[in-house]
Design a protein around this ligand. Structure first.
Ligand code: KIV
Ligand code: ZN
Length: 416
């Protein structure tokens, strides 16, 4: 079956670029326990620049003097450094920081980012009834007024101003449009639509983005961006639905870290667009060879481990234990893999030996260790291996050497 043929094209066949706005250092850092110091934030920002993200959201400067310093430093260093990317987009990334829709936050934010070549001021203002009532204590009119004042103030300082109506997906759709129109009139250059509590499903989120893109069709210069949370496990799916329906910038994090269940995941989004490019027709500026290194650095510095079965970067993502799969992989890797770990800086495909493994994988491993066994010897080794595998979760090379020495098989080097 040709899978590409089965999918109804929703996009023109011309490949377009989607910008990657990385918020690992802002939303990601808001994950419980993930606090980073200024030096750690700078290390991650440098790696994000090497990875090829278009925008690094470095923090929330009004939240603490440390965060202000980190954002200021990243703006003056990473935000000024040319880079060498395979895509040829070598300008430094824009450096973004978040501010609430008030005068003081915006002033502090601007002071922190103004040293970057492309400073990017991100204003957030809640628009759902529940947030406006309980968090802000403001009426709809007061929120419209705050949107107008804050974006006007920000645009007087900064050329790139993003406006995010927080909890957009639970906001009254008519009111949401009113607030977004106000932000655009005041000069917002990007409208970012957050699914703040991870409530939306891909079809409805895509439909919302489509309606908004159509509503602002007379302003193609205003970019639509999406920012999805993973409370129901569909953040990346929602992000892709946003792209298909008109978003051209996506807010994502490395390893999908972020508030509660996290944000849409950078590497999942990038690899979905790349692996299924014949369907999506989008490309990014990301140097995919840097994905493994970036994931490991973020995990090490935030102290948040990557779950083994995490898509793309989990330790099991390119590992195979069952005999049927191992046999397929040994004959042709693409039988069970749709991406190549080595091209993502993630090492090699692993054949893990355990109780589900078969003879082909055992033979391949023993040959790799220097044992060349005929079929009868392999039968004996396989029986001993299966007996041991019933007692251990995985079988190591140490176990295999022991089996071979018990059966008096010697590796080639020792036999010479
Ligand atoms: O989830 C959210 O609503 C946010 C905004 C600040 C964009 O993180
Ligand atoms: Zn968020």
């Amino acid at each position: 079956m040709n899978m590409e043929r089965d999918v109804q094209p929703t996009q023109p066949t011309r490949t377009e670029r989607v910008q990657i706005f990385d918020t690992t250092l802002r939303d990601g850092e808001q994950s419980p326990g993930a606090t980073l110091n200024s030096d750690e934030k700078t290390q991650i920002a440098e790696q994000l620049a090497r990875l090829g993200v278009d925008v690094v959201e470095a923090g929330f400067p009004a939240s603490s003097p440390d965060d202000f310093e980190a954002v200021r430093h990243i703006s003056q260093t990473v935000g000024q450094a040319e880079r060498q990317l395979p895509s040829g987009y070598n300008a430094p990334p824009a450096i973004a920081a978040m501010a609430r829709a008030n005068r003081r936050d915006i002033e502090i934010c601007w002071e922190a980012i103004k040293g970057a070549q492309a400073p990017y001021l991100h204003i957030v203002l809640p628009t759902s009834d529940i947030h406006m009532k309980f968090k802000l204590g403001k009426t709809r009119d007061q929120v419209i007024d705050a949107a107008h004042r804050s974006v006007t103030q920000a645009r007087a300082l900064c050329d790139l101003v993003e406006f995010s109506p927080e909890d957009a997906t639970r906001s009254d759709p008519g009111f949401l449009v009113d607030v977004l129109e106000t932000a655009v009139t005041a000069g917002a250059t990007t409208l970012n639509i957050p699914d703040t509590v991870g409530y939306a499903m891909p079809e409805e989120f895509g439909a919302l983005i489509k309606r908004l893109r159509a509503h602002f069709s007379d302003r193609p210069d205003v970019l639509i961006s999406v920012h999805c949370h993973n409370d129901l496990g569909v953040a990346t799916a929602n992000t892709l639905a946003g792209i298909v329906n008109g978003a051209r910038r996506v807010e994502v994090t490395v390893n999908g870290i972020g508030e509660r269940a996290g944000n849409a995941c950078l590497e999942e989004t990038v690899m979905a667009l790349h692996t299924r490019r014949a369907m999506f027709h989008f490309e990014t500026n990301i140097d995919r060879r840097e994905i493994g290194r970036t994931s490991k650095l973020v995990s090490r510095l935030t102290g948040i481990p990557v779950q083994p079965n995490k898509a793309i970067v989990g330790s099991n993502a390119f590992s195979h234990e069952s005999g049927i799969h191992q046999d397929g992989i040994l004959k042709n890797r693409q039988t069970y893999e749709i991406m190549n770990a080595a091209e993502l800086g993630l090492g090699k495909t692993q054949l893990v030996l355990g109780k589900h493994s078969g003879r082909s994988a055992l033979r391949a491993r023993l040959e790799g260790m220097g044992y060349s066994l005929d079929d009868r010897d392999l039968d004996d080794a396989f029986r001993a291996f299966k007996a041991l595998a019933d007692q251990h979760k995985t079988i190591t090379e140490g176990h295999l050497h022991k089996i071979c020495s018990t059966l008096s098989f010697a590796p080639r080097e020792a036999a010479q």
